[in-house]
Design a protein around this ligand. Sequence first.
Ligand SMILES: Cc1cc2nc3c(=O)[nH]c(=O)nc-3n(C[C@H](O)[C@H](O)[C@H](O)COP(=O)(O)OP(=O)(O)OC[C@H]3O[C@@H](n4cnc5c(N)ncnc54)[C@H](O)[C@@H]3O)c2cc1C
Length: 428
Amino acid sequence: MKKINLKSHYDVIIVGSGPSGLGAAFKIAESSNLSVLLVEKKKISSGGLRNDCKQNYTYPVGFPFEHWEKEEANELLEEVKTHLNPKMETRQNIQKYMQRAAKIGVEILSIDQAHVGTDKSSELIGSLINKLENLGVEVALHTEVAYLYKDKKALHVKDGEDISFSHIILAPGRADYDWMQEQMDTLEVSYSDNIVDIGIRVETKEENYPIVRDYYDPKILFPNKVRTFCTNSGCAHIVKEKYKGYFSVNGHSLSRENERNNLVNFAMLKTIRLTEPVVSGQQFGKILGEMVMQLSGGSVIMQRVGDFRMGSRSKKETFNSDLYDFEPTLKSAVAADLSLSMPAKILRDIWKALKMLDTIIPGVLHPSTILYYPEIKTYSNKPNFIDKNFMVKEGYYIIGDGAGTSRGITAAWASGIRAAKGILEKIS
Ligand SMILES: Cc1cc2nc3c(=O)[nH]c(=O)nc-3n(C[C@H](O)[C@H](O)[C@H](O)COP(=O)(O)OP(=O)(O)OC[C@H]3O[C@@H](n4cnc5c(N)ncnc54)[C@H](O)[C@@H]3O)c2cc1C
């Protein structure tokens, strides 16, 4: 990998090359002559741009209401498109599902979507980084920002030097929430972290969930803050991701060029807003994740719907027998009992939502359908912003999923544009 010599000062430093960092970098590079350094601790940006890369282009998907009005989001989404060049998926024949849903108090959102696929996403990221370099942005990959200083506008690079800046945009994503908390403590920026999404990932045969043939990633909203999230089909599989202290499941699909495996997976998530005395979503997610680690011997669990309905745990010996006629794509998940692992309120609301889904799309609760647990989305440390461009302190901006300004690729990119606009306004 190309190693660059870093300068001792930049007008703007952006930490994190996920979509929010990229959005900020493009905006500043295309609109000014400021010197810009983009720092990324991995070899390639992590997060959703690298994995699967489904892009949603309809407000409000991905845009938290507290920060975004429809008009501004739509305007910035047009700008996002000029960089990501989405090829929109078609959406058809969904009227019948919408009518059934409306009858039982469920809403199906109609969303413009594009999908890149895990096998193609690094190509996209590589070309974005090349374009940035051609615009004069210095991109330091495999370079980790260790910490920021309290009393000077400077940061320390791990195993490296101090670098000073006039403006900094922190865009470290969700996974590095504890790093973000440490920096906010240093900078004396106050924040809260009281929301978490907890749920399951459903895997079934495509014939049991045929809506995906007409609508790539159906966004369905159920009562009690339950929703579908991140549907994968075509060549779809489930993975487990390592977080600090536990694993969470997630879904992927490859691009259309790959052979179909005729499986579908999607998450059913319930949003939980915590109040005193537990106010940390990250902490709550970790407690639940650690419990599953204990019960599964260090993995995640899975249960067939047929067993779940009978109140019996799924067992390894019978997991693939009789009606259970497709194999799980996440082989390392442990056959177990969902109701022993999941808080009752979450399980009740998700099961009710699944039954509603089965009314709208009959078949999804076939006995063979597999429910994996846990899927945990810890959102953010919500900093207290002092202006609408996500500034937390003069010259300091915090954006993206890690700051609660977005919940998805396109909104993260839009957040980057907004922070960049804040800097451009300051220097004009
Ligand atoms: C497996 C997976 C699949 C997903 N799939 C989708 C999807 O298909 N569609 C969708 O809309 N959303 C998806 N998401 C959500 C999506 O990833 C986020 O909404 C989006 O990436 C948030 O962008 P971000 O820029 O805030 O953070 P991120 O994309 O997480 O980027 C943050 C970057 O900062 C870097 N970083 C962190 N700390 C430091 C440091 N100290 N020094 C230097 N660099 C640092 C990280 O390595 C990372 O590359 C997915 C998430 C995951 C985990």
